[in-house]
Ligand binder design. Structure first.
Ligand SMILES: Cc1cc2nc3c(=O)[nH]c(=O)nc-3n(C[C@H](O)[C@H](O)[C@H](O)COP(=O)(O)OP(=O)(O)OC[C@H]3O[C@@H](n4cnc5c(N)ncnc54)[C@H](O)[C@@H]3O)c2cc1C
Length: 231
């Protein structure tokens, strides 16, 4: 899903990638940044199919953006930088996409011109729920690691799990994880793939679950002392 650009992230409506109608279909120019699975491997093999947003009009803001399918084989489409050394989400390659006079047939327009805002908001509803679930995974793993380590590591002749401060890290992390899990699952259960309207809860679930994940990961760091686990 290609939305963000080098100069445009949160302020996504200010995107500059353009799609101009031509007799052959559309000609697309611009750069997209931070695209998850934008490359399939370290050699930069492009994804087979991408969902891309571009401006189709610069004069009428409400109808300005449209959605397109881009195929990896479309001429003028290339993978740019492959973004490595990320803080997280290392299991997927994040890449820059470059579109230079990329001509696509009109059939690759999704819906009608100007539909992209609703597509984007709908997509973000599902994506934020997914990110909340990623937060749950981080929380669960951190909890498991700190719990195991606390029962194995000894200080002052006893397992560190017998110390109140360590128990506080584990107990609070467990409670936060379970509360977030219940909320994320409830939102997922209520998400209607055929209709929008769930954005309030998908935003809220992401907000609370990823914040808890960061706090729980920090607790794990405290429990592990100077030990650094990789992977
Ligand atoms: C691992 C990863 C994968 C990604 N995958 C994709 C993808 O598949 N497709 C895609 O299109 N994009 C993807 N993105 C991009 C992501 O959507 C953007 O990073 C995000 O929208 C934020 O944009 P930005 O990084 O440009 O931050 P900026 O917009 O530059 O924001 C920087 C900081 O300023 C804050 N800020 C911005 N505006 C305001 C405001 N009005 N008030 C207060 N604070 C503000 C932000 O909260 C943030 O803290 C990915 C990013 C990452 C890191």
């Amino acid at each position: 899903m290609a939305m963000s650009e080098p100069g445009v992230g949160t302020d996504v409506m200010s995107m500059t990638t353009s799609a101009k109608k031509v007799p052959e279909g559309y000609i697309i120019n611009g750069r997209k940044m931070w695209i998850t699975n934008g490359a399939l491997d370290d050699q930069g093999t492009p994804a087979d199919v991408l969902f891309l947003y571009a401006k189709t009009s610069s004069t009428e803001p409400k109808r300005a953006m449209s959605s397109f399918i881009i195929e990896g084989k479309n001429p003028g489409f290339n993978v740019g930088q492959k973004l490595k050394h990320k803080l997280g989400m290392r299991a997927s390659i994040t890449a820059e996409l470059v579109l230079e006079d990329c001509v696509i047939p009109v059939e690759q327009l999704v819906g009608t011109e100007g539909d992209a805002t609703i597509h984007m908001m709908r997509n973000l509803e599902i994506e934020r729920l997914t990110l909340a679930a990623i937060g749950l995974g981080i929380a669960r793993r951190s909890l498991s690691i700190m719990n195991t380590y606390a029962s194995e590591r000894k200080a002052f002749g006893v397992p560190i799990s017998s110390f109140g401060q360590i128990q506080k890290h584990i107990a609070e992390s467990y409670a936060k994880y379970k509360a977030c899990r219940a909320y994320v699952y409830q939102v997922a259960h209520n998400t209607d793939l055929a209709h929008a309207h769930g954005r309030l809860d998908s935003d809220a679930a992401k907000l609370i679950a990823v914040t808890a994940a960061k706090e729980i990961a920090d607790s794990a760091i405290q429990v592990l002392g100077g030990l650094w686990l990789h992977g």
